[in-house]
Write a new protein. Structure first.
Length: 188
């Protein structure tokens, strides 16, 4: 059963990865670059400051830093615990992969990009939902695009993305609850 699931995951990866073309490669390299999301983060900081003030923004920065640290460390724990080779290093897959990423790490289960972007999307979307009802949907689309970029550039399988995004959702929700608790206890 697990072997069949891995086989389907590899086949889906190769299908999705090979949909790409050279004319789109630079765009997807920009999307997958962590620094490309900085303008979005600045907009979110501004919106949070506008609605929650300096204290709310400062608390959000600390909680977000803890959330990103948490998701990064758990992602690394899984990557080195499971030790699933990335598609760009996996025998039988790497020869058919359109690998355009600047580098290929050793292990890829599960995706840090997917977990971090989804955690931010859920956390910020829930935090700002009383003021911007549809913002969470925009953030979920953004997170999904960032996650897919990892398949496009050839470094993650779809299951890596799905597991990373699921973990990110849970983390984002948990840290949102932590933020609300700390806000009520120390700021309100």
């Amino acid at each position: 059963m697990l072997d069949q699931l891995i086989q389907y995951d590899q086949e889906l990866f190769l299908y999705l990865n090979n949909l790409g073309s050279e004319s789109w490669d630079n765009l997807w390299l920009i999307i997958t670059n962590k620094l490309s999301s900085i303008p979005l983060y600045l907009v979110l900081f501004f919106l949070i400051y506008k609605k929650l003030g300096w204290k709310g923004l400062l608390l959000m920065v600390f909680v977000t830093a803890a959330m990103i640290t948490f998701t990064d460390q758990i992602t690394n724990l899984f990557k080195y615990g499971v030790q699933r080779p990335r598609p760009c290093r996996a025998e039988g897959v790497m020869d058919f992969t359109r690998f355009i990423a600047p580098r290929c790490g050793r292990y890829g289960f599960f995706s840090g990009h997917a977990s971090n972007s989804m955690a931010v999307a859920i956390f910020a979307g829930l935090l700002l939902k009383p003021y911007y009802k549809n913002l969470i949907f925009i953030l979920l689309v953004w997170s999904s695009i960032v996650a897919y970029s990892r398949i496009y550039v050839g470094v993650h399988y779809p299951l890596d993305i799905l597991c990373g995004a699921t973990f990110g959702m849970l983390s984002g929700y948990g840290f949102f609850k932590l933020y609300r608790y700390l806000h009520k206890r120390y700021i309100s």
